[in-house]
Design a binder for this molecule. Sequence first.
Ligand code: DLL
Length: 433
Amino acid sequence: MERYYQKEIECAPYEKIREIQSEKLVKQVQHVWDNVPYYRKKMEEKGLTPGDIKSVDDLHKLPFLSKADLRDAYPYGLLGMPLKDCVRIHSTSGTTGKRVVAYYTQHDVDLWEDCCARALMAAGATDEDVVQVAYGYGLFTGGAGLHGGSHKVGALTIPISSGNTDRQIMFAMDLSATVLCCTPSYAAYLGERMKELGYGPDDIPLKAGIFGAEAWSEEMRKDIEKTLGIKAFDIYGLTELSGPGVAFECSAQSGMHINEDHFIAEIIDPDTEEVLPEGSTGELVFTAIDKEAFPMIRYRTKDICKLTREKCSCGRTHIKMAKPMGRSDDMLIIRGVNVFPSQIETVLMNNGYAANYQIIVDRVNNTDTFDVQVEMTPEMFTDNIGEIEARQRKLSDDLKAMLGIKAKVSLMAPKSIARSEGKAVRVVDKRKI
Ligand code: DLL
């Protein structure tokens, strides 16, 4: 049975959604014009006033915001409300330059938690469930977002945060957790550790997982579903727009419904900034139409993916985004060829490896080197050199077929690559160091 948190709006006819979007967009543009001088200046530079934006059809006229704008306006330059009306901040986990700091009024927190509640119920959660929130708590939005959503659903919430893996497993068993929320790489690690401790999927009552915050492949989904004995649902979001819950998967598990009554999505060509038709692959751009404290208009996410408005078996009408292939700034250009880590993950997992790998890129004598290190699973572990070499060759051939360039593959002993409790670090690009 499909469950909804706010069925009326989640299943509203498309015309109704557009009407809501137009109404909210017009108000939001006025709000930003009146309260965010930084964005008002950008509009003025394009010769625009709020009167030029009459409906969603005019969205394309508005200027974009980029991460560079957010850094430029750091820390208070994009605030849409007096600070005394704000109740919370969160921040991105970026490692270079200034972090993005996002602000929330109580109204913003409420809408965000509603989005997370929608995601939880789409994954089957009810007030009878026990939700283990193993995303990090703190400045990262993962913990707080799913925590708030779980409360709205009325589920029993375990605010365990990430890390301390053996304790996670003990709590999941002792408290009969039924829904697990964490990054997919941490879910894979929890599954691996359970196996090591001698537990199988039947030893924990988990039935669903809500995994996001990083790119993960279909193959990884299948692997996690098998080891944990659950259905694994994808969830997408970013700090600039609130956090998790901008989009979420339903029972169809074929793309994530974007909460269109709060966010308008566009796909653009990242180079020309031209808006592309539905179904094209390009950069995802979002306009948050009812956020008060940190209004984002046409924010360029750098995430590469595509949108589809095909009818969904779950009954929801909101547009769906495909799994993002990765971020345009995660895309590696190796010997002139575009490579996404998610493509490499697909090849590895199709060959029976787990998602424990690292991609190391360097430049030696003006030529890019491309190394893929992947752990053997305990089942395939061997010290037979001939067998290892044959496996390495097979992976190298499959990577060549997928990417068009050759990689040096090294098989590693099980557990030799560091596990992640949050977002996994898959790429070491030494050319940038
Ligand atoms: O990662 C918010 C979040 C928390 C989403 C928990 C889902 C679950 P940031 O740290 O600001 O926020 O990072 C946002 O992470 O632009 C994407 O590149 C990536 N990302 C988030 N969800 C997914 C996903 C949180 N499901 C950035 N698939 C985004 C692929 C994702 N990438």
